[in-house]
Structure formats: structure tokens, C-alpha cells
Design a protein around this ligand. Structure first.
Ligand code: ADP
Length: 455
């Protein structure tokens, strides 16, 4: 019985405990919730506090600014008061000056009135004096007139007496004079005859001179017509060269391509190989001739344009030397000096000049084996010389070498060429504002040089 009771009590106690525990959990949850609320509130309070702090700082800043603005205003007010006081003083000063000026003006008016009065008096007096003077002058003039009349009457009498004497003398003189005039007339007639003869001679001379002038004029006209005819013929020739060169160009390019293909595909041991090489060489010559002809027509019509750019000058030298050395290995082309500079000009055209000179140097020195190239800097110029040890040129030909189609007649048959290379080279050098020079000795060799300014 006791045990059951105890057991019941235990169950009840357990139930109580469970209830209490449940309540405890609830109370705990409640506390947690309250804690969270508190911390949220605390955070809000901190934020509100910060806001208040910031506002307080702003207020303090604004108050400081207001104090400064106030001070500024006080200072401006005192400045204004100072300026007002100065203005009052300046005003008083001006007032005083004005009064002084008015006093001075009144004095000046009085003085002026006094002067005007004095002037009027003087003018009156002067007018009276002028009238008195005029009266005196009139009286004097009357006296002088009377005196002059008397003098004239006197002179008249003297003159009449003299006239009579003179007339007699004149008659004698007139007589002598008539005699003299007769003589003079005869002399004059003789002179006129001589002058007439002279004029006749001059007329003849003039006629002769006029005839000469007419002939000279005709001569000039003929020369002018001849020049015009030559110029027209040259223009026609250029037009023809231009047209023919262009017409040649396309088929030649085809032949060149086919030849190059043949050269590549034919064995070097093939019996036809030398003919192919020969054909290739001929194509290259034709190509060069066409390029030269086209350049000449361009030069004559002033259409040769330069592509100006800066380039390393030694490159132009080495490129051109390599180009020629490739064609001829009989001669050694030695670059003695290479003008180590950047040059502004048309590299392609400068190389064309060098190639023309080197081609000639090799062509016209068949028995030599060396060509020298010297490029030097000289007083803001680059000076290039191509020296060969070949046939040389006679003095009489040197001046004409740069004319187109000019070839030295003694050697023309011995060497291939058409006489355009130097003409083109000289034009290119001229276009670069440069000059050409030639030194040569027959049988010893030639040195062709050009000089280009460096700006
Ligand atoms: P091409 O050589 O085609 O005849 P160029 O205009 O180059 O034409 O030369 C004109 C002429 O000047 C030549 O025909 C030749 O008589 C002469 N000449 C040019 N260069 C030399 C040289 N290095 N030596 C001797 N003669 C030369």
C-alpha cells in the first residue's frame, strides 16, 4: 500500500517535474526572445546615439562657421565705416576745391573782361594809325608819280637825241650786214649741198640696214619655226616611244615568265640550256631598254615623281653593288667608303643612278677587273664617285654625255647601248637638287660623281 502510494506520488511528482520543465523551457524561450529584442533595441539606441553625435558635430561646425561669418561681417562693417569716413573727408576736400575753382573762375572772368576792353582800345588806336598811315602813303605816292613823270620826260628827250645818232649808225651797219649775209648765204648753200649728199648716203645705209634686219628677222623666224617643228617632232617621238614601250611591256612579261619557267625546269646539262640563258639575258636587256624609254618620256613631260622617304644611304650603295656584281663577276666592285648617314630622297631612283654608273663602269672597262665606289660626306653633302679603269672619254665629248641618245662615236660600235643611262641619271640627281661631275682620261679610265645636298 505504501509502495503504491509512493509510486503514485512519484508519478505525480514526475508529472509536476515535466510540467515545470515545460514551463522552464517556455520561460527560457521568452527570455531569449526578450534578450533578442533588447539587443535590437540596444543597436537602435547606438545608431540613434551616433546620429545625435553627428548632428551635434554638425551643429558645432555650423556654430564655428557662424562665428567666423559674424567676425567677417563685423570686419566688413568696420571697413565700410572707415571707407564712409574717408569718403566724407574726400567729399569735404572736393567741396573746398570746387569753391576755390569757382573763386578762380570769377577772377579769370574779371581779368578776361579787362583784357577784352584793353584789346578793343588797342584796335581802335591801330585803326586810327592805319588811316593816318594810308594818308601819308598816298601823299608820298603822288609825289613819286610826279617825280617819275619828270624823269620820263627828261629821258624821252635824251632818248630822241640818241635815237637819231643810233639810226645813222644802224644804217651803216645794215649795209655791212647785207654784204655779210650774201657771203653767208653762199656758204650755207654749199653746206646744204654737202648735207643733202650726206642724207642721201644715210638713206642708202638705212636701206641697207633695214634689208639686213629683214633678213635677220626672217632667219630668226625660220629658226623659231625650226625649233617649234623640232619640239613637235620630239613630242611625237616621245609619244611614239611611250606607246611602243607600253605595247612591248605586256608580251615581254609573258616571254620572261615562260623563259624563267623553262630555265627552272630544264636540266643544266641539257643542250638547250645555254640558249634559254641567252634568251633570258636578252629579255632583261629589252626590259631595261623599255624602262629607260618610259623614264625618258616621263622626264620630258615633267612627270618623273620622286617617292621621298628617309633611308640608310649605305643600303642604296650595297644594294646597287650587289645587283651589278650578280651580273658581272669579272670585275670586283669595291666600296671604299660608305657615307654612314640617313638620307632623305627616293631610294629606288638613287639606286637607279648608281646602277647606271656601275653598268657603264663595267661595260666601258672590258680589260680591267676593278671598279671603285667612294661615298663621302662633305660640307652638308653626300658625294659619290664611281671610278673605273677603262677606255676613258675624250675632253670634247665630256660636256655632251648627259644629252639623251648621245654616245661617243669612236666607241659606239664597240659597246651595246642607246645613250639614255646618263641622261636619266642626271635628271634624277637634278630632281634631288644635286650635281654631276665627270673626270676622265682616254685609255686610263673615268670617274663619274654626283653630289647631293643633305637637307
Ligand atoms: P649607253 O651606255 O647606253 O650608251 P649612257 O647614257 O649611259 O648610254 O652613256 C652615254 C655615253 O657616254 C656612252 O655611249 C659612252 O660613250 C659614254 N660613257 C658613259 N660612261 C662611260 C664610262 N664609264 N667610260 C667611258 N665612256 C662612258
Amino acid at each position: 500500500m505504501d509502495i503504491k502510494h509512493l509510486s503514485d506520488q512519484l508519478i505525480i511528482a514526475n508529472q509536476e517535474k515535466a510540467k515545470l520543465e515545460a514551463e522552464l523551457i517556455l520561460a527560457n524561450i521568452e527570455l531569449d526572445f526578450q534578450n533578442e529584442e533588447k539587443s535590437k533595441r540596444a543597436k537602435e539606441l547606438i545608431a540613434a546615439n551616433k546620429e545625435l553625435d553627428f548632428q551635434n558635430e554638425e551643429k558645432a561646425k555650423r556654430a564655428a562657421e557662424l562665428i567666423i561669418a559674424n567676425k567677417e561681417l563685423v570686419f566688413q562693417n568696420s571697413e565700410k565705416e572707415k571707407r564712409a569716413a574717408e569718403l566724407i573727408i574726400a567729399y569735404t576736400q572736393l567741396e573746398l576745391q570746387n569753391r576755390e575753382r569757382e573763386k578762380r573762375a570769377a577772377e579769370l572772368i574779371l581779368a578776361s573782361t579787362e583784357l577784352i576792353f584793353q584789346n578793343q582800345e588797342k584796335e581802335k588806336r591801330a585803326a586810327e594809325l592805319i588811316i593816318a598811315n594810308k594818308e601819308l602813303i598816298f601823299q608820298n605816292e603822288e609825289k613819286e608819280k610826279r617825280a617819275a613823270e619828270l624823269v620820263i620826260a627828261n629821258k624821252e628827250l635824251i632818248f630822241q637825241t640818241k635815237e637819231k645818232g643810233k639810226r645813222a649808225a644802224e644804217l651803216i651797219l645794215a649795209n655791212i650786214e647785207l654784204d655779210f649775209q650774201d657771203e653767208e648765204k653762199e656758204k650755207r648753200a654749199a653746206e646744204l649741198i654737202i648735207a643733202l649728199k650726206e642724207l642721201g648716203f644715210q638713206d642708202e645705209e638705212k636701206g641697207k640696214r633695214a634689208a639686213e634686219l629683214i633678213i635677220a628677222n626672217r632667219e630668226l623666224l625660220v629658226q623659231k619655226l625650226e625649233k617649234e617643228r623640232r619640239a613637235a617632232a620630239e613630242a611625237k617621238k616621245d609619244e611614239f616611244f611611250n606607246m611602243v614601250s607600253h605595247e612591248f611591256k605586256t608580251p615581254l612579261t609573258n616571254i620572261k615568265a615562260i623563259n624563267q619557267l623553262l630555265e627552272k625546269t630544264t636540266s643544266k646539262t641539257d643542250k638547250n640550256y645555254p640558249f634559254i640563258l641567252n634568251a633570258n639575258h636578252s629579255v632583261k636587256r629589252l626590259e631595261k631598254l623599255i624602262e629607260d624609254l618610259l623614264d625618258v618620256t616621263k622626264i620630258n613631260s615633267g612627270q618623273i615623281d620622286l617617292n621621298i622617304a628617309s633611308f640608310y644611304f649605305p643600303d642604296a650603295l650595297t644594294n646597287s653593288i650587289a645587283n651589278i656584281q650578280m651580273i658581272s663577276n669579272k670585275h670586283e666592285i669595291r666600296l671604299e667608303n660608305f657615307a654612314n648617314i640617313l638620307y632623305i630622297g627616293d631610294q629606288f631612283r638613287i639606286e637607279q643612278v648608281l646602277i647606271n654608273l656601275l653598268t657603264n663602269a663595267i661595260k666601258y672597262s672590258p680589260d680591267a677587273n676593278q671598279v671603285l665606289v667612294i661615298a663621302e660626306l662633305e660640307a652638308k653633302h653626300v658625294v659619290v664617285k664611281v671610278q673605273d679603269f677603262g677606255v676613258g672619254i675624250a675632253k670634247k665629248d665630256i660636256d655632251q654625255l648627259f644629252q639623251r641618245f648621245y654616245r661617243v662615236s669612236e666607241t659606239a660600235m664597240l659597246f651595246q647601248g642607246v645613250g639614255l643611262g646618263l641622261f636619266i641619271a642626271a635628271e634624277i640627281v637634278k630632281k634631288h637638287k644635286g650635281t654631276f661631275s665627270v673626270e676622265s682620261e682616254q685609255g686610263k679610265g673615268s670617274s663619274f660623281g654626283f653630289r647631293l645636298p643633305l637637307s
